[in-house]
Design a protein around this ligand. Sequence first.
Ligand code: HEC
Ligand code: HEC
Length: 408
Amino acid sequence: MPKIKVTTFGLIFPLSVVLSGCGGDTTSNGAAPAVTVVAPTPSPPPTPTPPPTISGIVDFTTIDVSRLDNYANPVLPAYYDGTVAALDNTPNNNAISDRVATLGRVLFYDKRLSVNDTTSCSSCHQQASGFDDPQRFSTGFSGTAFTSAHAMRLGNIKFYRPGTMFWDKRAASLELQVSQPITHPIEMGFDSTHGGISALLTKMAASTYYPDLFTLAFGNAAITEARIQQALGQFTRSMISSASRWDTAYAQVFSATGPNRNLNVSLPGFTASEDLGRQLFMTGPGQGGAGCAACHQPPTFALAANSLSNGLDANETIIFKSPSLKNVGLSRAFMHDGRFSTLEQVIEHYNSGIQNGPALDNRLKTPGGAPQRLNLSVAEKTALVAFLLTLTDNNLTNDAKLSNPFKK
Ligand code: HEC
Ligand code: HEC
């Protein structure tokens, strides 16, 4: 079934051949000025691509190449303004396009990216869980080996300014991170004993849909690790969370010029407990709050660039990061090793459990340098949990353009 783009190209191509043929075929520089002068066509797409033969895409996925989903220009609330844009870790050479992000969607959900066709990115980053894994440790491709860290939610990953990835920040960028699970000996299995990434590239080239999808995305069918990294980077950066109950309420009071951008005013529709939790979250410990927002920064709730560790273990030297707290209420295990199974345990950690060590952030210490003790009341702890639950964003978990596109 021909799609719109195929038809368009089908018309332009024979026409331009005929017209430029009058001027005497190929010129020395290969340009064909006659085409641009006389062709009565609308402006061409930014990267002209030959028409993909889409039969494999149609066969395997629900993607309609003539009507791609919108990844490049998401509609964002007014408070996702310049201050939020300044946190964006998108590199100059990988701005989001609908075509490349669409390829990223297919890659993200494709179990064939694992050595035995069992495991995709989405096995451990499940949309219904805010792209987290309900298990404390994730099951790798073998079914019997597990990751040693808890999986991470991916919402608002774009707004962690340093751009370093993994709990311990060992990957320098999202692009460099996203192909590591593929070659990981436990996660997806294309390690050196299984032929490495080149074995995967060969496998993909033999599929009926990847050559067409890469042509759609990049203009030719070359399948490379760098292109996989670009596509998965674009797709995961499209996982923006801006529609939780907190967002809807904050949108009503946001004022770009207001004091503290109005982050610390009561929110419409919040219960008394949720609003107390909001106040504790946003206010510093010196002012009677719990000081959370200094590191988990609204409105994205991604971690501040300068955050050090949060004192889980005494004498810790590694500086960990946190994923955005958006959708934290959908997670079932918390912190890099998933040691806490409830948000109540998380709050108790900040209340009474902070351990001292070289990596502990000053914001979690008393002025004298001891680990903070917040001495929260039961009602205040309950309120902080209630507030964290207002960060659940069902738009992210239900967004069709972020969902599994596979028919088989
Ligand atoms: C078997 C489970 C599993 C699979 C499969 C998996 N991941 Fe992960 N992912 C994890 C775990 C566990 C972590 C945290 C690991 C760590 O920090 O050491 C993680 C971390 C990440 C991070 C870092 C997030 C941050 O904020 O720093 C990104 C991005 C990511 N994964 C994307 C992907 C992509 C893309 C794929 C598919 C190519 C994928 N993952 C496949 C389990 C998995
Ligand atoms: C100094 C910065 C800092 C402050 C202040 C802070 N946190 Fe954190 N938070 C972190 C870091 C770093 C992690 C990741 C720690 C790890 O896993 O090793 C984290 C992890 C978390 C997590 C788990 C995230 C996940 O995906 O597992 C929650 C929930 C959380 N913090 C809530 C809070 C709350 C509530 C407060 C206020 C009481 C708070 N934080 C104050 C830095 C901070």
